[in-house]
Design a binder for this molecule. Structure first.
Ligand SMILES: O=C(O)CCC(=O)C(=O)O
Length: 272
């Protein structure tokens, strides 16, 4: 498929699936780099939740991962579809062990509080099936823009229109690029012996910001070309448009952090 077809597909469906994106050697090299980075991941970047393990910000610990996620192959694939100027907001491995719990319908913006669409490159590192907690999408749901989510336990949830759901079965090395506004979910892993694993890298347009994460930031592409650089500021952070856009969310987040730190008798939630 040529790039403009893929761009149209992304705009229309909210995702593009590239089967066999990585060769067997590339998958092995990526697994090895991830194993090394997972071993040194900061404790604060590891989240274990009901049989799902998330390890975040692995690129920060790994020159090999930085090289991979800003490589001509990855950047070329992304830029052809979503545009020429990108930085890396986040990365994580997601492992769902046998019995690992469901992760209900949501947009990623429902968790990270961001207002702009960004781009999720989800790479399968094991087979992903209906039984082991493979990924389900609602194609076209990205056109809703950012939707509201209700909180259920530790999750946020918006069911969208479940009659539109499709499973994306995948093999190791398949890559799925999807909009952060895409409603998606994974079901419980009902196998007895299969842990399924994906590596997800999130890219944003250079003009868009995430005011909630810490430096350094990794530029991936400029003008459609790989342009790996670690920088102390997000390129869009000085724009008035972005500062205004996040004024209210930033105040809310600061107040909520403060409430969690205050003793209960002063109205906080910490109770200490
Ligand atoms: O299980 C997965 O690979 C995806 C989980 C998920 O929906 C997410 O991290 O947003």
């Amino acid at each position: 498929m040529i790039a403009s077809d893929r761009t149209r597909e992304f705009e229309d469906q909210g995702y593009v699936l590239q089967r066999g994106f990585l060769s067997a050697d590339e998958i092995e090299a990526l697994r090895e780099a991830l194993r090394e980075a997972q071993q040194v991941a900061a404790e604060s970047d590891v989240l274990d939740r009901k049989g799902m393990t998330f390890k975040h910000n692995l690129w920060k610990a790994s020159p090999k991962l930085r090289e991979f996620i800003t490589s001509p192959k990855v950047v070329g694939f992304l830029c052809d579809i979503v545009g020429p100027d990108l930085w890396v907001r986040w990365d994580q491995t997601i492992e769902k062990q046998p019995g690992g719990a469901a992760f209900p319908w949501h947009q990623d913006n429902g968790y990270n509080g961001l207002l702009d669409m960004h781009f999720q490159l989800w790479i399968a590192l094991t087979p992903m099936t209906i039984d082991n907690g493979g990924l389900w999408l609602q194609p076209g749901s990205h056109k809703l823009g950012k939707v509201t989510h209700e909180s259920i336990g530790s999750h946020v949830y918006n069911p969208g229109d479940e009659s539109k759901e499709v499973l994306v079965p995948a093999e190791p090395g398949d890559a799925l690029l999807f909009s952060s506004f895409m409603l998606h979910k994974t079901n419980q892993n009902v196998t007895e012996d299969q842990t399924r694993m994906a590596y997800v890298i999130e890219y944003m347009r250079l003009g868009d910001v995430d005011p909630f994460i810490e430096a350094p930031y990794l530029i991936a592409a400029r003008g459609g070309e790989p342009a790996a650089a670690l920088v102390p500021r997000q390129p869009g952070s000085r724009s008035l448009r972005n500062q205004r856009k996040y004024l209210v969310p930033r105040v809310h987040r600061s107040l909520s952090h403060l409430r969690h730190r205050l003793p209960a008798k002063l109205g906080g939630k910490s109770g200490s």
